[in-house]
Design a protein around this ligand. Structure first.
Ligand SMILES: NC(=O)c1ccc[n+]([C@@H]2O[C@H](COP(=O)([O-])OP(=O)(O)OC[C@H]3O[C@@H](n4cnc5c(N)ncnc54)[C@H](O)[C@@H]3O)[C@@H](O)[C@H]2O)c1
Length: 256
């Protein structure tokens, strides 16, 4: 049976680890040719290895999403080496957990770094791929968060919450603008997903996990694979009339 993403070419940022890697594997399983883009070249290569070992198609690209010129360069390289991009997943993201009242230098650095990756990075990559996505009537999937709506009561940074509110705003504004070109723009809001991003926080703050679970009707933390289904749905033709939306994959966090 043909996969849901046959003949698609998907760029997934931050796909050397965690949620991005799981989405890359899932897209390749559905037939997409995946451009695995990550600042960590070794991690990107490992994702490609896992995809090709499973019989899928992928190539790795070393990309720092904060580097606007490099984003343009890589967009051109992907076009030449694989073909016209039809799907972009803006997944690369970082978090730090200093309170706003902590050491001013640390807080300022957190703000600059988090905005550079989580928000400016989304702009940089999307803008670099804009012409390809318009030409292919493509699909954009942005990885947002429950923190696109609220600040969770765990050690967390103001910058992260602000950046994820921004990702949702970007999603809605871009969906409004690109609808006429047939480009769909949506987001996914994961809850607490067990990845390297939060491994230290989970280990050092068991109360963090408890706060989440007390708030989660499904009563468990998420795995990267929990994000794959929504990501495939938003990238394939099954979601042909869906744009400007966010799918929450958070175990129901926001309902209690
Ligand atoms: N894990 C969660 O609980 C959770 C919840 C909500 C949202 N998210 C979001 O999901 C996305 C993926 O997070 P994850 O948990 O899989 O994290 P992760 O740390 O496992 O993976 C993030 C990947 O992004 C890459 N990356 C970091 N900075 C980069 C840059 N400047 N340019 C290119 N790549 C870069 C890293 O090398 C890494 O491979 C992030 O946007 C994160 O904010 C995660």
């Amino acid at each position: 049976m043909a996969g849901l993403l046959e003949r698609h070419i998907a760029v997934i940022t931050g796909s050397g680890s965690g949620i991005g890697r799981a989405i890359a594997l899932g897209y390749a399983r559905e037939g997409a040719h995946v451009a695995v883009a990550d600042i960590d070249a070794k991690a990107a290569a490992e994702t490609v290895e896992a995809i090709t070992a499973a019989g899928g198609k992928a190539q790795s690209f070393t990309l720092d999403v904060t580097d606007r010129d490099k984003c343009r360069e890589i967009a051109g390289e992907i076009r030449r080496q694989i073909g016209q991009v039809t799907i972009l997943v803006n997944n690369a993201g970082i978090n730090r957990r200093n309170a706003f009242t902590a050491d001013p230098q640390a807080v300022t650095k957190d703000w600059q770094d988090i905005m550079a990756v989580n928000l400016n990075g989304v702009f940089n990559v999307t803008h670099a791929l804009l012409e390809q996505l318009r030409a292919s009537r493509g699909r954009i999937v942005n990885i947002a968060s429950i923190q696109s709506f609220m600040h969770v009561r765990t050690p967390n940074s103001l910058a992260y919450t602000t950046s994820k509110h921004g990702v949702l705003g970007f999603t809605r504004a871009l969906a409004a603008e690109l609808g006429k070109d047939g480009v769909r723009v949506n987001a996914i809001g994961p809850g607490l997903i067990e990845t390297p991003l939060n491994a230290r926080a989970r280990a050092n703050h068991p109360e963090l996990v408890k706060i989440f679970l007390d708030h989660t009707p499904l009563g468990r933390t998420g795995k990267p694979e929990d994000i794959v289904g929504p990501a495939i749905f938003l990238a394939c033709d099954l979601s042909g009339y869906v744009t400007g939306s966010i799918i929450m994959a958070d175990g129901g966090y926001r309902v209690i």
